[in-house]
Design a binder for this molecule. Sequence first.
Ligand code: MSP
Length: 621
Amino acid sequence: MAKRFYVTTPIYYVSDVPHLGHAYTTIVCDALARYHRLRGHQTGFLTGTDEHGQKIARMAEERGMAPRAYADKFADAYSSTWKALEISNDDFIRTTDADHEAFVQELWRVLEQRGDIFLADYEGWYCVACEQFYTEKELEPGNHCPVHKKPVEKVKEQSYYFKLSKYQQPLLDHIAAHPEFIQPENRRNEVLAFIRSGLQDISVSRTTFQWGVPVPDRPGHVIYVWLDALSNYYSATRRKALAGMWDDDVEVVHMIGKEISRFHAVYWPAFLMSAGIRLPSTVFCHGWWTVDGEKMSKTAGNVVDPLKLSSDLGVDAFRYFVLREVPLGADGDFSHEALLTRYNAELANDLGNLLNRTLGMIEKYFPNRFLLGVETHELRAKAELAREELAKAMDAFQPSIALERIWKLVRECNAYVDQSAPWSASEERKREILANVHEALRFLSNLIDPFMPERAVEMRRQLGVVQSGWPAWNAGGDWHVEKGEPLFPRIDDDKKAELLARWVPKKDVPVEDPNQISYADFQRLDLRVGQVIAAEVVPKAKKLLKLSVDIGTGKRQVVAGIAETYQPADLVGKKVIFLANLKPATIRGVLSEGMILAAGEEQVVALSGLDRDAAPGTKVR
Ligand code: MSP
């Protein structure tokens, strides 16, 4: 039987529109799926959205929307973005789909029948953004989530637990027997270290909100969002579009970002082991994109919009760049400059120009645009070697190496044209050379299909060929070429400046608020603890008292407008906050060398104080 291949993206939270990171994973999966289809493998490709849980419930509530309506909005944004990026998924699953919800409940019942679910009290820390429980030792100072760097929440409720601890050894055994299960190796080692540190049973139900799949027969409990979400990969295979994709012989690949490896490589396989279902073949954890060296975030204002770049530069150019720029598995940095540099050098020059000049010569030297069945063999070995090496790279989840390999062939073809100089060859030789390059280009158009499906079709249109599929070298043929617009028009300096201005957000210069002071300004205040040692009324000034205050370094005399609220006798011995570097002034003929801080506008209502004792002179900051 032909090989079968099933690839999945994570299902994305319906919390916002997709950005570069989401597009990346999905494009990688698309390239893998298209590659396998090209090879004639039966292929399934799934993506979708993760819609339940506290995070989405809260976001919807903050916007005054029902969670379902909120989810609809962003699920649509995902599916339409994927269409625009030529994503060829066979199905799109939403965790709010009724068949999925039914499956999650079925799975729950199976885990329960296995004796792997039990009820207990839960008390611990929860990060709503991660939808994850944390132990104290995993948290960062100030009880901050290690991923989001924000305070986690204390959760105390009754909860169903899953006996994860029971699967510690089976998981270790599985990973040892299947080195391909967690890739790349550094992620495998991380996961192994986590498992070896001792797996604790995990809480798999919540009672403090309702936006989720109900625990069967246990009113008030909803199933933990990750148990619900992870099940999507399997539940989708019960649908027609992906039927059979969880059978034993299928290569099942979960492509994910490295931050969710624990869920995919520990929790999910443990749930499957408990349910007696086969495990995925590979969980591949890719790295994270930063943008110009910074983490991508709304607050940083540097979120890369894949739709904007694709509509300005072409979808395939964007796809090419993200697949080529970073070896899958490594972290990468996105720069708009680098995108344009690769575009001009590799797409416009190397490939675009090869097609353009070849077709130009065919049209010039053979005005009827036919090459007429000439034998082609000169580039054959090079093309076939490229095909084999591309396959090796794709089978090892290395699209960047696959593209590098294709570009080696592109350069070999360019060198072939230069060296064989058809422009100065005989008519017969011209025909041979150009037929060879034409065939190499046809071959190339098939090799680039998984990565740049739209441009591949356009290439074939210009070459006058229709064949697509895993390429085999044709020793000869008749082609009628139709040179068109350049595949990748060159971007000149003016256009480049225009694009960069459109793409790269101007760093907002914060508008100065005249009421704000800097910390340095604040530090200029010499605030310290003062203790009132004497107080008396200022004659003929009914609001004023004259105080003598010990400020550690000596005594200060101040005039304070507090006589309507305090009697002199109330004040002696009181500790207050004292501003010691206020310019001295004479008030009603009395010298005042500082100020005590007090609350109140026209009339003082209370004096500043300290909630614990501190010696006069102690700095206040
Ligand atoms: N809903 C969960 C996944 C459940 S899967 C059963 C989730 N969703 S998410 O919307 O936050 O998407 C996370 C995924 O988006 C990452 O695992 C990765 O695939 C992709 N990326 C998001 N930001 C990214 C980068 N900055 N760089 C690369 N990919 C990243 O987690």
